[in-house]
Design a protein around this ligand. Sequence first.
Ligand SMILES: C[S@@+](CC[C@H](N)C(=O)[O-])C[C@H]1O[C@@H](n2cnc3c(N)ncnc32)[C@H](O)[C@@H]1O
Length: 226
Amino acid sequence: MKPDGELLREKLNVLSKLRFHNIKITERMKKAFLNVPREEFVLPKYKNRAYIDTPLPIQAGQTISAIHMVMIYVSPSCTDPQVGETVLEIGAGSGYNAAIFAEMVAPEGVENPGHIYAIEIIPELAEFAKDNIERSGYTDRVTILESDGGNGYPEKSPFNIISVAAASKLIPPPLQEQIAFNGRLVIPINKMLYQELVLITKDEKGNFSKKNLGGVAFVPLTGKYG
Ligand SMILES: C[S@@+](CC[C@H](N)C(=O)[O-])C[C@H]1O[C@@H](n2cnc3c(N)ncnc32)[C@H](O)[C@@H]1O
């Protein structure tokens, strides 16, 4: 295990390079990134590479997303999570992105903390995410569920944010139905040779608008809407 000082240096170094991805890092994003120990969300053999900005293999042929991708998802031009909001994450994987959301909607000590429901379809990974979330101290703010996330989670809907971390041909209709007024949904949509990160927003009257945030590369969404 690396000493704390070295980990902090690596974290600050990776943050400083995010400008090359054109990401505006707010103070809240920086705090969230510094607070979540990514080394607790990667496989033991990759702990030394936890602060290299790349996807890393986890179980079942899946990956923990690259750091810049996680930061894009929580940036002001994407989901822009606010304290007190409820988030549905599809594709919990390692649980890392869920922990970052937790730091933004439910930072320690706030009066009105939000909550994250993170769904994972692969049982082995749902267990992995649960263990990582527990070890890192986020169980009060993050609930990991094992099911097909394409169906959303009607029991706790609507959600201020729905964040999909796997690529789909279309926006699963149940997810669009579960966006709250003034809510945001982000999802990679398959195109011919790449995927486009699409942001759907729903205004206070229930009108939807759509924005393309650029090309990305994600593993496929499986299940009913895969
Ligand atoms: C790129 S990984 C997600 C990385 C994750 N956000 C993290 O922080 O580690 C995509 C995940 O989506 C999961 N997935 C794919 N289709 C799914 C579905 N229909 N419902 C829930 N999870 C799904 C995969 O099993 C995989 O773990």
